[in-house]
Design a protein around this ligand. Structure first.
Ligand code: AMP
Length: 282
């Protein structure tokens, strides 16, 4: 039976009962407005654990003042139905006051991986992500936590944090779920007008094209990124934030593709900033 829990105290008490019975806990952190991407994480967690906790928390700390915190889409009722249908055991749905009470002043910050790609245009983003994920891990104490490759840099950053800070949690990365025409599913797709929605296809098209070039043997990062940039520039509504090839583990720029490579793009379609990527092991 699905239970919605708003307080840290109650979440801890229920999860402790599970742990005392020897049950394993899978955790899917989200900002809500759930779609097939989130559902794929929930399904994976269900497969691998006795109990599944989904958190829904639009974390103010990871948004800069000029970003979309206020208008970020929310639909708790629909989210609850999705969780019910997918046999989630607990939704952890705390208020901002519960997560960040007066006087809150401790943060998890990271150098290296969190300073590249999205870290450049969103300088405080990963400090907010690492801090909230760390707090959520301390509350839920999961055996495994599930993150989408859709946010590949986030996945890499969280893996690094767990390793560096010796958290006894397995991080499970899950593939990108796409619309039938290729667009990566995202809560932010809701912002797109009809014409922007069409223009947004340039992201997945470019990712598929880049992936094909790498599969066909392209190993020079600059050549690859230039081809991809030129493709994005054919779409008049698109404005490039970045197109980069980095090492997946360190998120540092590379000249030549080798090892496990993350090729990531961020593109504005109108006012909406969208991301997409592919990971390739040479
Ligand atoms: P969000 O609610 O956008 O913060 O996302 C919560 C989790 O769902 C993150 O681990 C995301 O990477 C993952 N996610 C979001 N969209 C997708 C998608 N299209 N495919 C796979 N995972 C996704």
């Amino acid at each position: 039976m699905l239970k919605t829990v708003n307080t840290i105290k109650e979440a801890r008490s229920i999860i402790n009962e599970w742990k005392n019975k020897g049950l394993t806990v899978g955790f899917v952190p989200t900002m809500g407005f759930l779609h097939e991407g989130h559902i794929s994480l929930i399904k994976k967690a269900k497969e691998q654990n006795d109990k599944v906790v989904v958190s829904i928390f639009v974390n103010p700390m990871q948004f800069s003042p000029n970003e979309d915190l206020e208008k970020y889409p929310r639909d708790f009722e629909a989210d609850t139905k999705i969780c019910e249908k997918n046999n989630v055991d607990m939704i952890f749905y705390p208020s901002c006051e519960e997560m960040y009470p007066d006087g809150f002043c401790s943060f998890v910050d990271m150098t290296g991986p969190s300073k590249e790609l999205c870290g450049k245009s969103r300088p405080i983003h990963f400090r907010g992500v690492c801090t909230v994920v760390n707090k959520l891990f301390n509350i839920v104490m999961p055996d495994r936590a599930y993150f989408g490759q859709k946010d590949a840099q986030q996945l890499s950053v969280i893996k690094r944090m767990v390793k560096d800070l010796n958290m006894p949690i397995e991080i499970v990365g899950c593939p990108i779920i796409r619309e039938s025409d290729g667009l990566a599913k995202s809560s932010r797709n809701k912002y797109l007008s009809e014409s922007e929605r069409k223009a947004a296809l340039i992201l997945s098209q470019t990712v598929f094209m880049g992936q094909k070039a790498v599969e066909n043997g392209e190993r020079d990062a600059k050549t690859l990124c230039d081809i991809m940039k030129r493709n994005i520039e054919t779409e008049p509504m698109a404005k490039i934030d970045y197109v980069e090839a980095v090492d997946f583990d360190t998120v540092q720029k590379i000249d030549t593709l080798k090892g496990t490579v993350l090729v990531a793009i961020a593109v504005y379609i109108g006012n909406t900033r969208l991301i997409d990527n592919f990971i390739y092991t040479v």
